[in-house]
Design a protein around this ligand. Sequence first.
Ligand code: NI
Ligand code: MN
Length: 226
Amino acid sequence: MKLRYFSHSSFQITTDAGQVLLIDPFIDDNPTCPVRAEELSADFIVLTHAHGDHVGDSFSIANRCDPLFIAVNELANYCIDKGFRAHNMHIGGAYEFGFGRLKFTIAHHGSMTPEGGYGGEPAGVVLSIDGINLYHTGDTGLFYDMKLIGEMTPIDYMLLPIGDNFTMGIGDAVKAVELTDPRVAIPMHYNTFPVIEADPHEFKRRVEALGKEAVVMDFGQELTLT
Ligand code: NI
Ligand code: MN
């Protein structure tokens, strides 16, 4: 599978079978994103929570390609109310989709919709696709149960925020890597706005000081995950 990073918490996964998933596609209003929403399409859109910098351009993209939204119940219903297809889930639950397995995890954050409605509980997501386990934590503070998440599903790639203010900063994110023990840590949710400025290379150095691997993805870069 391939993983492309658009900056902030926005990623595109392309499976070996050619299915495309977007996670939290915050594109056109994202000053660090190198692509435009009109260039993107998806078979599935996974949303971690309802904040505008995560729902982002989901609906304009969905208008063109009719993807299946995957989200916790209230946020899935919000997508259905907007006229789209959605698969309702909740935290702790997993489901086998055509692309692989997806499980929602806890995240400590908020989740109000752009209209001010309740977006359900914020979440992280563990994806098992093409033999790779990938944990996108969503927006969250540090929590000790990350250790449990890593024990239940050995994580190959952990995508986690380092920008501070709304989420973990670098110090807490390094601890999150220590708890979850992924094979590779990839920082996200930084440098989009002045309030979340952080140095991803400092994060990388501190993860490497634990004897672990970190990769700083360029905005727009695509990696083949093995
Ligand atoms: Ni948020
Ligand atoms: Mn956010």
